[in-house]
Design a binder for this molecule. Structure first.
Ligand code: MN
Ligand code: MN
Length: 460
């Protein structure tokens, strides 16, 4: 079987459209480093296109009709977006589910301390990271601090050219002989990933104890009007500083933080905004907490998404418990998440015939589980046959792959959670090199094919 390569089949015109799409995607990434920012950015995009908040429709008891465009946010960190089709929802929906949280370092509730003249923020890493990758890089602080009176202070520090950045230190090689003998997994412990935030002592007449920390507290008060105690009710995320960049002399790739899984999330949003000829109601789910097991009120396991579907059916005059169950059972789902990609530098870790290639188009992962398919969704052949048909009809480039060599490991996505309703489910998304590293790499062509595939899917 011949492997397809997007670059070999792309026309000039398609490349032009791909470049345009890559540009809007990179801008989206720059404004969406955290799940909260991603929800904000997306709602701005949606409202410009005439989407309305479901909460408002519920309060006003407004009827919902075919053609309506609706969104609902869950605690500012997850999002469900609807384009209402002509068919009754009990006949099924076309769903695309992705996640908008990414691996990072979260600031602990009691984070601020000084050690031997250096002030730190203590962190607890979020998601599966290779800890050694996160040291000695410029890092930014994004998030919110909520004060006791409910005031929300938004923090976004380290992204502007004249903003200061923060960082995690590493030992110089000259005296690292003992450190270098450790296994890579033990090079940095979770507790060692604390972020340096200051070194200048506050000089006061009393000769203050912990004068560097005191200086930091003074700055926090002056700039953000927050006290040390306010960290107790904060969600601050330490992420790599800087914008998405084109990569390669040929500019064929994108290097950026958080492409897992905003590359699929943005593709789903864009595809929904531009969907044509769809009869079913089309839905995009953007979940939080996937990287830590899809738990929590904003994760895919939460009832939030199905509750919002029930609300829409209700305002459409179609809601009964049975109709709702049918709508879920008859749904088609693309679990839109990134895939691993073959890396020539680590050829041994892959089984070539079943490895995704950079530039090979959208990746289907029939199986994402590890060691004997454990935890895998293992999509139905019938569903995969149908999807091949619609993608071929639209000349979408795609490939079928597994994560890597059997027994090396695997991955989990949100697919198993929605599969519980008995709907058609398959994992498919963009191939990512350096997945979960501070800067992840994708092929512009794969990024574009992912969006084209999702757009074709909505018309199914
Ligand atoms: Mn993912
Ligand atoms: Mn991930």
């Amino acid at each position: 079987m011949e492997r397809k390569n997007c670059w070999k089949v792309y026309s000039e015109k398609r490349i032009e459209k791909m470049e345009q799409y890559a540009k809007t995607y990179m801008e989206f990434l720059n404004q969406s480093k955290t799940e909260r920012e991603c929800v904000d950015t997306t709602i701005n995009l949606l409202e410009k296109e005439g989407y309305v908040d479901l909460a408002k429709l519920i309060t006003e008891n407004k009827k919902i009709h075919a053609g309506d465009k609706i969104y609902a946010a869950g605690m500012s960190k997850s999002l469900i977006i609807f384009r209402i089709g002509e068919e009754p929802m009990e006949q099924g929906m076309n769903l695309i589910a992705s996640h908008i949280d990414s691996p990072r370092l979260d600031v602990k509730p009691n984070p601020l301390y000084e050690k031997d003249g250096v002030a730190y923020l203590d962190t607890h890493y979020y998601g599966g990271i290779k800890k050694y990758q996160w040291v000695t890089l410029p890092l930014a602080i994004h998030g919110v601090v909520v004060k006791k009176d409910g005031t929300i202070v938004e923090v976004n520090l380290g992204e502007e050219n004249d903003d200061p950045v923060v960082f995690i230190s590493d030992l110089l090689p000259h005296i690292a002989q003992e450190q270098m003998e450790k296994k890579a997994a033990d090079l940095f412990s979770g507790e060692a990933l604390d972020v340096v935030i200051g070194n200048k002592p506050l000089t006061s007449e009393e000769g203050e104890k912990e004068a560097v920390k005191a200086q930091v507290k003074k700055i926090l008060k002056a700039y953000y009007e927050i006290e040390e105690e306010d960290f107790l009710s904060a969600e601050l995320e330490i992420v790599p500083a800087g914008v998405a960049r084109e990569a390669g002399l040929d500019r064929s790739m994108i290097m950026a933080y958080g492409q897992d899984d905003k590359v699929c999330g943005y593709a789903a949003i864009h595809a929904l905004l531009h969907a044509k000829d769809f009869k079913r109601t089309c839905v995009v789910l953007l979940a939080d907490k996937e990287e830590i097991g899809s738990v929590g009120a904003t994760g895919m396991s939460s009832k939030f998404f199905e509750n919002m579907i029930a609300e829409v059916m209700n305002l459409k005059g179609e809601y009964t418990e049975l109709n709702f169950r049918r709508a879920m059972k008859n749904a088609n789902l693309l679990s839109a998440d990134v895939s691993s990609v073959y890396d020539p530098m680590f050829a041994d870790s892959f089984e070539m015939k079943n490895a995704a290639m950079l530039g090979g188009g959208l990746v289907f992962n029939k199986v994402t589980g590890s060691r004997g398919k454990s935890g895998a969704n293992d999509a139905n052949a019938e569903y995969l046959g149908t999807l091949r048909g619609i993608l071929d009809a639209k000349e979408v480039v795609y490939q079928f792959a597994e994560y890597g060599r059997i027994d090396l490991g695997g991955s989990g996505t949100v697919s198993h959670i929605l599969a519980k309703y008995g709907m058609n489910v398959v994992d498919c998304g963009t191939a990512v090199m350096n997945m979960h590293a501070p800067y992840e790499v994708t092929s512009k062509a794969d990024v574009y094919e992912t969006m084209r595939a999702y757009k074709a899917f909505f018309a199914l």
